[in-house]
Ligand binder design. Sequence first.
Ligand code: 0A1
Ligand code: ZN
Length: 881
Amino acid sequence: MRTDSGQIFRLEDYRESDYLIPEVELTFRLDPQETVVSARLTVERRKNVAPGTALELDGDGLRLSSLAIEGMPAAADAFEATPERLVIARPPSAKRFTLDIETRLQPSRNKALMGLYVSSDVFCTQCEAEGFRRITYFLDRPDILSVYTVRIEAEKKSAPLLLSNGNPVESGKLGGGRHFAVWHDPHPKPSYLFALVAGDLGVVTDSFTTASGRKVALGVYVEHGNETRAAYAMDALKRSMRWDEERFGREYDLDVFNLVAVSDFNMGAMENKGLNIFNDKYVLADADTATDLDFANIEAIIGHEYFHNWTGNRITCRDWFQLCLKEGLTVFRDHEFSADQRSRPVKRIAEVRGLRAHQFPEDQGPLAHPVRPRRYREINNFYTATVYEKGSEVVRMIRTILGEDAFRAGMDLYFERHDGQAVTIEDFVKAFEDASGRDLAQFALWYHQAGTPHVAISSRYDAGEKSFTIEIEQSVPPTPSESRKRLMHIPLAFGLVGADGQDMAFDTVEGAVVEDGVIHVRKRHHSVRFTGVPARPVLSINRGFSAPITLSGETSTDDRLFLARHDSDPFSRWQSLNTLFTEALLAATRTVRGGDEPLFASELVEAAVSLAANDTLEPAFRALALTLPGEPDVAREIGANIDPDAIHTARIALLKAIARAGCATFEALYAGLHDNAPFTPDAQGAGCRALRNVLLEYLALADESPTPAKRQFDTADNMTDRAAALTVLANHFGETQETRAALAAFEARYADDPLVLDKWFQIQASVPAPETVALMRSLMEHPHFSITNPNRVRALIGTFAMGNQRAFHSADGSGYRLVADTVLALEAHNPQVAARLATAFRSWRSLETGRRDEARRVLSDIAKHENLSRDLADIVERTLA
Ligand code: 0A1
Ligand code: ZN
């Protein structure tokens, strides 16, 4: 394991390397115990670099077995090799020369899952961000672009399949039961996009013909027996390829595109050129084993990795500080793809819920960082919601500011100007400035300044003058190492909603630039005055969540209820009801802490019930509207001195109040939504199931009985309904015979399918009860739990730490100790996953004092361990700072 040196990397220290590596030839003699890697690098000295300047290549835990320079074995004093570095003090003075480097790896012992490793007998690689240096010595940085030729040799019986990037060139037999294949990728690429897969896998094949007529052979590789579960992934891939042509004019550029599912993977998937490698969770799906959410995630992630081919691969990052250049932009593209394939408003609401649940707490806590950070200690810790999700919101705002046409012109210019290059956020923003003629200097602060901006709003109508004035005040709270903030350019989409629900016209506006339904906030304070407004409007602001901010203002309950019923912007309708729920839960939490029973306004409860029954709205939207804010949403609004038990009690009380009031309506709706058609994973079917399953929880609470959920569990013909029923049983009726029987039936049915059993772990780990801590310790002993498999760890411990506020924050600190023990156990073999799990502690300062002290103690205990990995030391120290 690479331990921490404390070194900090800074953006301002970037400088070009002295040498380039235009060509790379790799030969892998694969063996799980001892693989030999021969690398022939063509090295080129840059202009203006003195001949003979020292060449220093990166390594990570490498063993050098031989080195030749210009074909001649290197003398022992000609170089210095450590596991971390290969230094050639006086390389040849020629402009170009070759290095032959041989290293030896032990892939079967690699549990960090970076570099070359073995997952279920399949050899595979993961090189982003700095995994290539675990394979061979290299200038392992994204601005070194090389053309790769890769030869793979392996035992034919155990590895009939040999894949790498680019196009296949040659294959054949070798002696001793071995064989080989050669791949060539003509597109120069950074080392983090290198990939290799070798093993015995089943395949689904298809083809795609690009707009300009190139026929591409497609393959989705999965474990034998899982081929039918790969059909949806293949379909999503073809839809992604077509969509990128139609929406962005981007075509695929090789003769083959292969996608491989592996069962041990640190993240979701990886966009290696022409050979995407996936966590099998984001490939395998059928009605019996995958939920609608799984299908939607598969579509999104298949799209995401495919879209990287242009945003990430053809145009890549100059350095890792620019990570959002590829990630924020590609998330924006996958969001647009899903919005076009499904319901745009429903997709937008889901995105915002995700952003608030994951990115807001990051931006408001000790790990806050700008979308483009200026410093890091371990780059693996910057694959964050801020870089990905807020990065996507920033691109979305560019589109809002420029409009669709100028945005597309900016994207076209970016592709044209930078194809084949490694570039920066400045280059990206400049393309939009040049294509649109607009100045985005103030806007670019969104990339550079951390923290969630806050906008306070108040408004008044003057009936005599027929004018409407909005007072807007922006502020950005301080974040670690950035105490003073500059004023941002915040695009606020808005409408002045009249009594008939239509947006009202106005004559003139002063006090801010207002264009196409957007107020451009650029100063600390704007007083925006509209004239010619015939009657008092209701203000609908930040429509579509046009800016990722927090908002405050004294909107009356009546106005919010009005917007929930009438706003033409569906996001705003959802938001209005959601804000009312949040306010009710905040008040109820205070009541509970004061020792009283919470009460809820009947108009709010009735609004929820009537929305459920409103069949002019799509079911998926109604499901979202009826879903109460989660316990962490309420905690975030409270902000300080949080008591998770009180929040839990308040939320259950509101669920029950709605359940009791709506029970007759919900029962009829629940029955009416059921059809006997076979399962299809399309958005419409998913929407009906989503609504039905939200209703199921209300029905179970109204009945105070496990019967409705048990009935659904027993009769379900798909995983969405089965898992939803099991969740209701486990969360609300844990002590009953029905729940025990259902859990046992699920476990028995999927005993041979670890991926599906993850749902069983997940459901139990998320039960919001203090007893869950003890249950967790026994689930960790389950024969199917494995600390070396990241999916198992995330399903059980990740869900507990990040998805079960009440149990994780048990007042006695037992939840914290459970997670800390796991973090330390993981740390020994997989620092990346350990560090990510440790981020669960990031909001510790906002808890009430008892829990805060427990959390600090546990964190300090981790920090005291010797030889922590760079990954974990970085997270723990920043969290405690
Ligand atoms: N670039 C990938 C994410 C990714 C990053 C690091 C990894 O290392 C374990 C793996 C994947 C994406 O955005 O999909
Ligand atoms: Zn990505």
